[in-house]
Design a protein around this ligand. Structure first.
Ligand code: OFO
Length: 178
C-alpha cells in the first residue's frame, strides 16, 4: 500500500526536525569545546550523530514506501548559553518538543490506518523515553554540582565515555543490521 500524501509530508517535516536537532546539538558541542569540557562536547557530538541517524531512518523508510524526500531549510541554532545547566534545560525542552511531534505522527498514522508507519514510529516513541531520561539525569547531576569544579570535571570524564551505537552507520546507510 503506498503512503498517503499527509503522512509523506509529516515524515518530511520530521526529517527536518531531526536535522534541526542535530544542528542544535552540534552547536552545543562547539560551546563545550570552547569551555574546554571535552566530555560534555563528546556527549553532544554523539547526540548530533544520533539525530542524524533518526533523520536517516525516516529518510530510508520514506524511500522504501515510495515517497519523495523534500529537504527544508535548517535555521541557525543558538550558540551561547549562560550556564551548563541552561544547555541541558534547553536540550530537555527540545526533546519534549520532539516527543510531541512523534506522538502527533503516531496519531496521524492511526487516523490514516497506516499500520506500517505506526509500527515504524514505535521505535521513536521508545527512543524518546530514553532520550528524555538521559538528559534529565545529566541535568540533575549538574544542578547538584553547582559550582564544585572537581565534581564538574568528574561528570565531564563520565560523559567522555559515551560512544555511538555500532548499528548507527548501517542504519544511516539503510543497510540490513541482522
Ligand atoms: Fe533526540 O530525538 Fe530524535 O527522534
Amino acid at each position: 500500500m503506498s503512503i498517503e500524501k499527509e503522512m509523506k509530508d509529516a515524515i518530511n517535516d520530521q526529517i527536518n526536525f531531526e536535522m534541526e536537532s542535530a544542528y542544535l546539538y552540534l552547536s552545543m558541542a562547539a560551546f563545550f569545546e570552547d569551555e574546554e569540557l571535552p566530555g560534555f562536547a563528546n556527549w553532544m557530538k554523539c547526540q548530533y550523530m544520533e539525530e542524524t541517524m533518526h533523520a536517516m531512518k525516516l529518510f530510508n523508510f520514506l524511500i522504501e514506501r515510495g515517497g519523495q524526500i523534500k529537504l527544508k531549510t535548517i535555521s541557525a541554532p543558538e550558540g551561547n548559553w549562560d550556564s551548563y545547566s541552561e544547555v541541558f534545560e534547553e536540550t530537555l525542552k527540545h526533546e519534549e518538543f520532539i516527543t510531541s511531534k512523534i506522538n502527533k505522527l503516531v496519531t496521524l498514522s492511526r487516523k490514516l490506518e497506516d499500520y506500517a508507519s505506526e509500527s515504524f514510529l514505535m521505535w521513536y516513541v521508545d527512543e524518546q523515553v530514553e532520550e528524555e531520561d538521559s538528559v534529565k539525569k545529566i541535568l540533575t547531576k549538574l544542578n547538584r554540582i553547582e559550582s564544585n569544579a572537581n565534581a564538574l570535571y568528574q561528570l565531564d570524564s563520565e560523559l567522555s565515555s559515551r560512544a555511538l551505537s555500532p548499528l548507527a552507520v548501517p542504519t544511516i546507510m539503510g543497510q540490513p543490521t541482522e
